[in-house]
Design a protein around this ligand. Sequence first.
Ligand code: SAM
Ligand code: SF4
Length: 321
Amino acid sequence: MLIDSYQRVVDYLRISVTERCNFRCQYCMPEKPFSWVPKENLLTFEELFLFVKVAIDEGIKKIRITGGEPLLREDLDKFIKMIYDYAPDIDLAMTTNAYLLKSTAQKLKEAGLKRLNVSIDTLKPEVAQKIAGKDVLANVLEGVEEARAVGLKVKVNMVPMKNMNADEIVDVLEYCKTRNMSIRFIEYMENSFASKEISGLKSEELLSRLREHYRFEDEGFDGASPSHYYRMSDGYRFGIIEPYEDDFCKQCNRIRLTAEGQLIPCLYFDEALSISKAIKGGDVVGAAEVLREVVKNKPEKNRWGGEDGEVSSRAFYETGG
Ligand code: SAM
Ligand code: SF4
């Protein structure tokens, strides 16, 4: 079992399989980065799988594939199948922008993927164009329908932003509710790569807008999930991710692996150790040591909302969010 210095059990590994993306979301990658990680520095799926086995053997029980946009990486379904065949009971999920989901959902399901989180920030094509930098909405919505049709469980992530999509929180929630999909509103997290124009909607304001339409009760946190949950009078539950709140990190159970093998203990900070050398040399003992060290170094809290006004210098497209 992996336990950090604050007695939190770490059993959740998020793997960013690529930092590349076909969207240019304002809050994540408004401009194409100056340079991408060279292809030869990326870990192959065989190398990533070697680390996955180490991580599972050390106590990881949940794996999420993310990016960048994970569906840009060829043969992703084969990587998913490797993990599924090794540990069918692992909670195996993926986060995607869904642009390429229509043609891939069936293969992903057959490979062993269980759940998907899809980012839907708007239901208006022109707003989607503004947020993602291209006309994406039709593909995204078709991708979601296909994923549901093949039996993948879908959750939705929305980042509400003032003067952008904040007037759609009820519409997006209703879109999810009528399809029996849960929604999590993610507070915009400041980072040095995002557009300077963005102003995120904070949870108090989000809740007060939702209260104009619904009655709901505060259910608090549920296990290690980062969401703060609320239940409506008809039983539907929605979540809010509030990284600026003090208790956000208390139950944190996750570490993140980048596509080039940096193992990151916290979404906010720059600290990381590489597993690349050990894994490329087939040294599973060395890779397990790096993993334990990273877990030991996990900081108590992120610094969003810190008083010095500093923002995270970690790119979301690198860590996978
Ligand atoms: N490309 C995929 C997608 O967009 O779903 C997966 C990677 S993306 C980095 C993972 C999640 O991070 C998405 O739900 C996205 O909305 C969220 N995200 C990215 N930048 C963010 C930011 N600055 N604040 C809050 N959430 C952010
Ligand atoms: Fe791409 Fe996802 Fe970042 Fe948008 S949030 S730019 S879809 S990685």
